[in-house]
Design a protein. Sequence first.
Length: 120
Amino acid sequence: MAGHRTDRVSEDIRREIMAIVRELKDPRVQDKLLTVARVEVSADASFAKVYISAMEGIEVAKTAVKALKNATGYIRRQVGQNLHLRKTPELKFVADDSIAHGMDIVRIMNELHTDNDEEG
């Protein structure tokens, strides 16, 4: 699969999984600020690694990944039906702390900005 096609399929799968996660009734994912940080699809589109991140931190993301692993069959079926892919990739969910890391960077930048305002 060409690079741009893989990127497009990855983005479509990411968007679709986000919509499906919002509809899940599992209490481990319900009312949590979860996001699909990124999706990496293999060259032959048979596997997809889905990175899940949570605003509350990595522990919430790990709990959500456990719930999503239990619902993998349902999520995969919904992705296949909604995206009309020839081959629906096998999904692997991974906890990611990119949102928490980004929030830390923003906090540090705000602190630096405040320190510079106090000096100047």
